[in-house]
Ligand binder design. Structure first.
Ligand code: COA
Length: 260
């Protein structure tokens, strides 16, 4: 499919999605969410994509939030729908069974940061700026920051960011665990790709199962989570890659994984 607001580059066994409305700082409008939703559905079905990177086009922004021009005309009913649609797309992204990594190359504000929060891992450029400025606009975050941010940085830090609307830099974001690592701007994508390539040397079904289990931990209590993990562990013990990985260790050689 031809996309206007995103670019999808499929490399050997991973994909790069670039949010592509640079003149609007990649603000997330209805068309962008619709295209992203369609693309994620395609990725769900593509067995050759084992990891995904999400970044923004241009040199200023990952995404500067929901499109305020579209948001401006919302009322009680349409506001709820506006929030539900974006949330649904972000949940779909988070629930992909492959690692999803945000490469935050500039502003990640409001919905832009929420999109990064729905990725499994976040790397940021030194010049990235992040925040939840919604209360400046008389609204609250509507794409999951009130739910995901406390789980990532803790309740007090999440509320500090949300109720103050303050913008933080990449180093501070790293210090509170909001981003995994910070790189000079020109190294952000190469370093993100380097990380993805490392992950791609591992057993793909094990990586997927790990993503699923960690995702599940968000919604399960400890006993339920442990039960789920044991079940997925059992599944993985039935794979060829389990045989290969353990045999390779015993034979003191590198494993040759086949994804089965
Ligand atoms: N929605 C719609 N358009 C947006 C946008 C958003 N969230 N963020 C930026 N844009 C547009 C601007 O309107 C401007 O468009 P124009 O050239 O047609 O006027 C263009 O992107 C460039 O933005 P501009 O504000 O001129 O850039 P800047 O460098 O001066 O400021 C920001 C950058 C990020 C500080 C500023 O754009 C901003 O505060 N954006 C809104 C952030 C926000 O509140 N997000 C939460 C939304 S719920």
């Amino acid at each position: 499919m031809d996309y206007q607001t995103i670019i999808f580059e499929k490399r050997s066994n991973y994909g790069i999605i670039t949010l592509n409305r640079p003149d609007k700082l990649n603000a997330l409008n209805f068309q962008l969410f619709t295209e992203l939703d369609t693309l994620i559905k395609e990725i769900e079905l593509d067995e050759n994509i084992n990891a995904l990177i999400l970044t923004g086009s241009g040199d200023k922004a990952f995404a500067a939030g929901a499109d305020i021009k579209e948001l401006n005309s919302s009322n009680v009913r349409s506001g709820k729908q506006f929030s539900e649609f974006g949330s649904k797309v972000m949940l779909r992204l988070e629930q992909l069974r492959i690692p999803v990594i945000a490469a935050i190359n500039g502003f990640a504000l409001g919905g832009g940061l929420e999109l990064a929060l729905s990725c499994h891992i976040r790397f940021a450029s030194e010049k990235a700026k992040m925040g939840q400025p919604e209360v400046n606009l008389g609204i609250i975050p509507g794409y999951g920051a009130t739910q995901r941010l406390p789980k990532i940085v803790g309740k007090a830090k999440a509320l500090e960011l949300i109720i103050s609307a303050k913008t933080i830099d990449a180093q501070y974001a790293k210090s509170i665990g909001l981003v995994n690592n910070v790189f000079p701007n020109e190294e952000l994508l190469p370093k993100t790709i380097e990380f993805v390539e490392l992950v791609l040397t591992k057993a793909p079904l094990a990586v997927s199962a790990a993503v699923e289990c960690v995702n599940a931990s968000q919604n399960l209590d400890l006993q339920e989570g442990l039960t789920y993990e044991s079940s997925r562990f059992g599944d993985i013990c039935g794979t060829q890659d389990f045989q290969e990985g353990t045999l390779a260790f015993l034979e003191k050689r590198n494993p040759n994984f086949c994804g089965k």
